[in-house]
Design a protein around this ligand. Structure first.
Ligand code: AMP
Ligand code: MN
Ligand code: MN
Ligand code: MN
Length: 277
């Protein structure tokens, strides 16, 4: 059987639209053999995903996508192969849920000042026990016809510098990397080209990321062209990082993003799954 890895995706435990069970079923249909569920700042979806994967004969790699701060910017770090019962990580997710709720209250207040009431109740209802994210607010703004796409919701209200943006203190990058490595996992810099950093900043980030114990970088994510793949692979080589592949799948309505539908990792890149026993 050919192995097919997808090491980055989201369920209803954060801002995905599929339950962990439905996510695993879809991944299995797509031929994925090893799936890492990496919800934003939470481990809550993992038990259900594990249970379903067991029935399907699929492998779940326990994961998380941590929001982090470095140099006053926000970076996402995927933790792969973590022990979901590791105390410090579990405690961190409990605190992050409160951080996210408090941020949601502030975002809702800003929207209310823009004559858009009811956001907090709406996002809380949809998120349920899961993490509240800006995606929830984007969907609320769409449902109320304030915007017609998620992108427009970010561009007009939710992105940095826009009227409902709330800056948040996430875990410092080094602290997040430590949680992951102490939990037995591998820290991987998520979607490196999405931060729009200059070459110089990228060099600083990856040098420090590596020095802090980071071991991997996403070389393949959805919607990358050949040039972008070359660029990400080049970062992996230059900074001696293992390459990861992940769709960052959130929902079924985006035709460009599908579980397991990913370009192959360039053959000269050492795959991160060599560390995932
Ligand atoms: P949060 O972690 O709550 O700040 O939300 C971040 C999530 O919002 C990301 O993981 C994406 O799923 C989504 N997101 C961020 N920027 C955009 C954008 N420009 N368009 C659509 N979704 C976005
Ligand atoms: Mn997301
Ligand atoms: Mn991300
Ligand atoms: Mn993600």
């Amino acid at each position: 059987m050919t192995e097919l890895y997808d090491l980055h995706c989201h369920s209803t435990a954060s801002d995905g639209t599929l339950s962990p069970t439905d996510l695993v079923l879809r991944a299995s249909q797509q031929g994925v053999t090893s799936l890492a569920l990496t919800d934003h700042d939470t481990l809550a979806g993992l038990p259900e995903a594990q249970l379903c994967a067991l029935e399907k004969g699929m492998r779940i790699i326990p994961g998380i996508e941590l929001s982090t701060n470095w140099q006053n910017k926000c970076f996402h770090v995927v933790g792969l192969g973590i022990d979901p019962a590791y105390g410090a990580l579990v405690e961190a997710t409990t605190e992050l849920q409160i951080t996210r709720l408090e941020r949601a209250e502030k975002i809702a207040m800003k929207l209310e000042k823009k004559n858009i009431p009811g956001a907090l109740e709406a996002v809380k209802k949809v998120a349920g026990e899961g993490m509240i994210t800006r995606t929830h607010f984007a969907n609320f703004l769409m449902s109320q016809n304030h915007v017609s796409t998620q992108q427009e919701a970010f561009d007009r209200y939710l992105a940095k510098g826009k009227s409902a943006y709330v800056s948040t203190s996430w875990a410092e990058l080094e602290v997040a990397i430590n949680w992951i490595t102490e939990a037995g996992g591998v820290a991987v810099l998520a979607h490196p080209l999405r931060y729009k950093l200059t070459a110089n900043w990228m060099k600083r980030l990856l040098t420090e990321f590596k020095a802090m114990g980071g071991q991997g970088i996403e070389v393949i994510t959805s919607r990358m062209n050949a040039d972008e793949i070359r660029q990400a692979a080049d970062y992996a080589t230059r900074f001696d990082l293992l390459g990861s592949v992940g769709s960052d799948f959130h929902h079924t309505t985006n035709p460009y993003v599908e579980l397991g539908r990913l370009a192959p990792l360039p053959t000269h890149i050492k795959p991160v799954w060599e560390l995932l026993s």
